[in-house]
Write a protein that binds this ligand. Structure first.
Ligand SMILES: [Mn+2]
Length: 247
């Protein structure tokens, strides 16, 4: 399901920060981006389009999954402009209530449509467009099932942390052959855009920043964050222009 976003002026979109309490260098890089984000000026909205955290195991995992420094940065970010969070494949358990606790809102839709003066943009994390990874798409159905989530969240925190570590290790040992074919499917992206009456898709997830144009469609891919900063896109809804920015 897609949802229309009522945005006017400049919208900043970032994704794939993969923050954690343990990664203090990344936390410093994120807080270091606050000045650059403030100086954009006139931002009407900031959207974090998934994988803000490297893993989220329930709101009681905040000390492990987020940490005090990242919480402080997020609270400051929410004071620069209205902040909304979308779920990624790592942090799909973030609750609305937790988002509110940092001054943000949670947009739990997979797809969000941003209307601009010249065209419509489909914004998503992007994991649901990796349709060739059947194993993941099956797992995703389970991860997004409210009953499964309830059972997961009922486990003791330590057990959830252990499960999270195992999932991360498994994804770190994927074969190079698998990784070479692991990407968003261009046709799936175009189909999703068409269904939502959009000619542009913005997504993250793959950590392969770029701009792909084909058949009159544009696909912008946001990059991931690291110790030297991160990549974002600014959408000007008055003109329809999309500009990459390094933060
Ligand atoms: Mn992702």
């Amino acid at each position: 399901m897609s949802q229309q976003l009522n945005a006017q002026g400049l919208v900043l979109i970032i994704a794939d920060l993969h923050l954690s309490a343990a990664d203090t260098a990344l936390a410093a890089s994120f807080s270091g981006a606050l000045d650059a984000i403030s100086s954009i000026g006139d931002l009407s909205q900031i959207i974090i389009a998934g994988d803000l955290f490297d893993v989220w195991l329930g709101d009681d995992s905040e000390d492990y999954a987020c940490g005090a420094e990242n919480r402080n940065t997020l609270e400051q970010l929410s004071r620069i402009a209205p902040l909304s969070l979308m779920h990624g494949n790592r942090d799909f358990l973030i609750s609305e209530r937790w988002a509110e606790s940092i001054g943000a809102t949670l947009n739990a839709n997979d797809d969000v449509v941003i209307n601009t003066a010249s065209h419509n943009i489909l914004l998503c994390h992007g994991d649901h467009l990796c349709i060739n990874d059947h194993q993941y798409q099956n797992a995703r159905k389970q991860f997004r099932d409210p009953n499964w989530q309830q059972q997961m969240l009922a486990l003791p925190l330590e057990q959830r942390i252990a499960l999270g570590e195992k999932l991360r290790q498994d994804s770190a040992t994927q074969s190079s052959e698998f990784l070479a074919h692991w990407d968003v499917d261009q046709t799936a992206a175009i189909d999703a855009a068409k269904r939502a009456n959009c000619n542009t898709v913005i997504h993250g997830h793959t950590h392969r920043p770029g701009h792909h144009a084909s058949q009159g469609f544009n696909r912008w891919v946001m990059g991931s964050w690291g110790e030297d900063g991160g990549y974002g896109l600014i959408v000007n809804t008055d003109t329809g222009e999309i500009s990459p920015i390094w933060l």
